[in-house]
Design a protein around this ligand. Structure first.
Ligand code: ADP
Ligand code: MG
Length: 333
């Protein structure tokens, strides 16, 4: 009889020294770690001083029962995540894949460390972002999505928790953090410039977490994966539009960055589901009063219920607001 849970021990991952836990998801814990110079992975030490290790406990996986069939299914799930991560890793706006390791009780996905952590944490810290900072973040997210969609892969889990960033130390003092606002909480910050944290300290932004990602199109043939000839029309349409779920995700992130709260929310899950299915959101006063029409237009084009009318990634990359000059541009190091 096996014990229920297994503690993570260093011996399960001998080539990397685990330092501290830096994040957690539904089925994983993520650690900061150091490649061991005197190990078989010693060569990594030269490229990556530190890495992030996503640790998946085999017993935590949703379908992992004791029977071998479901164990195989959940292993397939992890291998799929790894395969997709490998495929898309080349983009500078995607977290780099480094290595994969399996021990008796765990899977380990070793990745480039994004020392800033989640963009989500910066929303909590700053309440909301200026339009310039928002553009700086969203443009990089869009480039990551462009890269994935070009390879026929849809992310399907775009949210501020899965957006990571590299911190930057130096930011010109002319970068405003907060807009002028009627919100009494921020009133005293009007016109204040914050040297050092002007960009929220956000440098390169990279998309992470490919646990729900899916290959939709094969890149060579530009056709849906699977047999085409016998596919029902609703399936063909579904496949064509399934990329558009990421555009909705970008819309939700864009909205949230600009005002500090998500476009759709309700305590009751059925009410929330209904609001989303109708695409019912508002530019709530006073938070949205001073946000530009260009930004609002981009949100509307992304949070469009009909996936055929919704911005696709190329249309969004051409969006006027997204392409406005901003002072954070070129600040990436
Ligand atoms: P899950 O699939 O369980 O959601 P994620 O891959 O999203 O797992 O990782 C969970 C959390 O761990 C992230 O939200 C983030 O806070 C942190 N994290 C993941 N990868 C990295 C990384 N490469 N660098 C820094 N933090 C990371
Ligand atoms: Mg996640």
């Amino acid at each position: 009889e096996e014990p229920e849970g297994h503690f993570l021990e260093q011996a399960e991952l001998p080539d990397f020294k685990l330092i501290s836990k830096i994040g957690e998801g539904a089925f994983s814990k993520v650690y900061r770690a150091i490649p061991q110079a005197n190990s078989s992975k010693g060569f990594l030490h030269k490229t990556f001083r530190q890495v992030a290790v996503k640790v998946i406990n085999k017993e935590d996986l949703p379908s992992s029962n004791r029977d071998s069939k479901s164990k195989a299914a959940s292993k397939d799930q992890v291998l799929k995540e790894v395969a997709i991560h490998r495929t898309i890793s080349a983009s500078e706006n995607v977290v780099s894949f480094v290595d994969f390791h399996e021990s008796r009780h765990f899977y380990f996905i070793i990745q480039e460390l994004l020392a800033g952590g989640e963009v989500f944490g910066e929303i909590v810290r700053l309440t909301y972002f200026s339009e310039d900072l928002t553009r700086h973040v969203i443009r990089q997210l869009a480039l990551a999505v462009k890269h994935m969609h070009a390879l026929g892969i849809v992310h399907r889990d775009i949210k501020p928790e899965n957006l990571l960033f590299e911190p930057i130390d130096y930011i010109p003092s002319q970068v405003p953090v907060l807009r002028k606002s009627d919100d009494p909480k921020t009133k005293e910050d009007e016109g204040v410039f914050r040297p050092g944290i002007g960009g929220g300290g956000i440098g390169a932004v990279k998309l992470a977490d490919f646990g729900l990602s899916k290959q939709i199109y094969s890149t060579n043939t530009k056709t849906p994966c699977g047999t085409v000839g016998y596919t029902a029309p609703e399936v063909v349409k579904d496949e064509r539009y399934s990329m558009q779920v990421d555009m909705w995700g970008i819309g939700c992130v864009l909205y949230t960055l600009l005002c500090g709260f998500p476009p759709f929310y309700d305590e009751k899950i059925d009410v929330l589901t209904e609001k989303i299915s109708r695409g019912e959101f508002t530019f709530l006063r006073p938070w949205w009063d001073e946000i530009s029409d260009g930004a609002k237009n981009a949100v509307c084009k992304l949070l469009e219920v009909d996936p055929a009318k919704r911005y696709n990634i190329d249309e969004f990359l051409d969006d006027e607001w997204l392409n406005q000059y901003d002072c954070l541009r070129g600040q990436r190091i």
